[in-house]
Write a protein that binds this ligand. Structure first.
Ligand code: ZN
Ligand code: ZN
Length: 517
């Protein structure tokens, strides 16, 4: 069996650098002629009519992210940097950007079964700059495509291609207006652009999906509908979910707005809106919230919906006040905003406040998935640990130390989480009376060997006794040693308070009979 490891980018050391490279490369995307931002953006390029004999064709790049060799990637980025040097941010230069990309690409390492591996080709999954990078690499190959089609098909066709060949990452779409011979030439040119980049094709005379849009050709006319895969279970956020209220109430409007924008025919649109109502009711949305959202979307004419891009707020003029969302928290933002005038007393702060806008921003608290999943694969979890005597000839604890992997607290087995011996410190231990077998739970920051000495002293000499335990041991057991010790939990923190909390926790769950007075 063959495996393809998916290297997770977001937790890696190069993650922040990847984010910076993404910011530096973003301006170049507007220079890629085929680029579409999303499905709504793509609608702008769908003509109302096409020649009757034209075909709808969809191309897909096979495994784009993992197939871009580092050399092709760097060549492509260098091409864009050289062609539009004015787009390089003034605080950086070409060499920095190329070196940064090289560093990110060449350090795709991961650990499996305690062995280190490096991904030698392509980008890591989820690394921030990958989509921008892939878009620019294909954009670079497309520049070659325009030249080759001009040479092998015609200049007119090359011009047509530059206007109508549209691509979102690895998904490409075109209305094919030429005949089959030219299509075969075109496919050959596409697959010859680079040895690593291969395209698969889907062709249809009448209807084809692209992104979330179903494009249908009726003779010359093009109509559009919303497209969802059979596997789409429409798991929209449940209205009962613990999210800020405005997040939930905006969902019906945004979904309805999407339908009104994408679906070109009114009767289909109304059908899709009815389906939306049913779906949202199943997700516990109140009818009034759904209706309000739908009506708000219906009031905007479609021509306007197609034109208006959702406003791109300028990130540079915003100061977000970020807090983790919890409905029980007191909303601090309102107070913060009310009192922000205090900042105007300082000249530097006044300048910042006047040129920036404060906004409220909510961070999602970790959900069950975040808590339960872990990208690291470790074998150590099934390993067992134990307590063993140190065996030192002068050790005063060895003959008192009970060995083993666990302690049985009245039927509740507690397994130790690491190997421990006589010199363990910062530990919660259990002391067992060798007369009656009852136990006591205690803690110590010192070495356990030292702690044994203190207990022994208190058993021997009534004047030094601080614990009722000592008297019990003296009376209950007639032979030496009067007690045994089993360390069962080592604290990570060296602080007394942390140890006391742990000790109290174990006393509460294991109810040691000898701790009671
Ligand atoms: Zn020992
Ligand atoms: Zn006893």
């Amino acid at each position: 069996m063959k495996f393809r490891p998916i290297v997770a980018g977001p937790v890696s050391e190069t993650h922040r650098l990847s984010n910076l490279v993404d910011i530096l490369l973003k301006p170049y995307i507007s220079k890629v002629k085929s680029y579409v931002k999303d499905d709504i953006d793509f609608l702008k390029y769908i003509p109302e009519t096409v020649p009757e004999n034209s075909k709808l064709i969809y191309f897909d790049v096979t495994n784009l992210y993992t197939n871009i060799s580092h050399s092709l990637g760097l060549e492509a980025i260098e091409y864009w940097l050289d062609t539009f040097p004015e787009l390089i941010h003034k605080r950086f230069n070409k060499n920095f950007i190329l070196q940064a990309i090289k560093l990110i690409l060449e350090n795709n390492n991961f650990i499996f079964n305690n062995e280190h591996f490096t991904q030698v080709k392509g980008t890591a999954m989820g690394t921030k700059f990958a989509p921008t990078y892939a878009t620019l690499v294909l954009g670079f190959l497309e520049e070659k495509l325009y030249k080759e089609t001009e040479k092998h098909i015609s200049k007119d066709f090359s011009n047509y291609l530059q206007k109508t060949w549209k691509r979102y990452l690895d998904d490409c779409f075109i209305f094919w207006i030429k005949d089959t011979d030219e299509l075969n030439t075109f496919i050959k040119i596409l697959n010859d652009l680079h040895e690593d980049i291969k395209f698969t094709m889907e062709i249809n005379n009448e209807t084809l999906p692209f992104l979330d849009i179903l494009i249908c050709k009726d003779k010359c006319n093009i109509i559009t509908d919303i497209y969802s895969k059979d596997t789409d279970t429409k798991q929209y956020l449940n209205f009962k979910s613990c999210h800020p209220k405005h997040t939930k109430t905006s969902i019906p409007y945004n979904l309805a707005r999407r339908i009104c924008t994408i679906v070109s025919e009114n009767h289909t649109r109304d059908k899709r809106l009815d389906e939306l109502k049913t779906t949202l009711k199943l997700r516990n949305f109140p009818t009034t919230v759904i209706e309000t959202g739908i009506q708000k979307a219906l009031q905007i004419p479609r021509s306007q919906l197609l034109q208006t891009q959702l406003t791109n707020t300028n990130d540079e003029n915003i100061i977000p006040y970020v807090s983790t969302h919890n409905p029980n928290n007191i909303e601090l933002f309102t107070n913060l905003k009310k009192n922000s005038f205090i900042l105007n007393n300082d000249s530097v702060m006044r300048e910042i406040c006047e040129s920036n806008k404060f906004i409220k921003s909510k961070r999602q608290p970790p959900n069950l998935k975040n808590i339960l999943t872990n990208a690291k694969f470790s074998e150590n979890k099934s390993k067992t640990f134990k307590v063993t005597k140190c065996g030192g000839t002068k050790c005063g604890l060895c003959k008192y130390l009970r060995e083993g992997e666990f302690f049985n607290f009245n039927g509740k087995k507690f397994f130790v989480k690491q190997n421990m011996s006589c010199d363990v410190e910062n530990v919660i231990y259990c002391l067992i009376c060798n007369g009656c077998g009852k136990y006591y739970i205690g803690q110590t920051g010192d070495k356990l060997r030292m702690r044994r000495t203190v207990h022994a002293q208190q058993v021997r000499d009534p004047s030094t006794r601080k614990l009722p335990l000592s008297e019990h041991l003296d009376i209950c057991c007639e032979t030496e040693p009067k007690f045994s010790i089993f360390p069962f939990y080592k604290c990570f923190s060296k602080q007394l308070s942390a140890r006391l909390v742990k000790e109290q926790f174990f006393i509460k769950i294991f109810k040691p009979p000898l701790n009671a007075k």
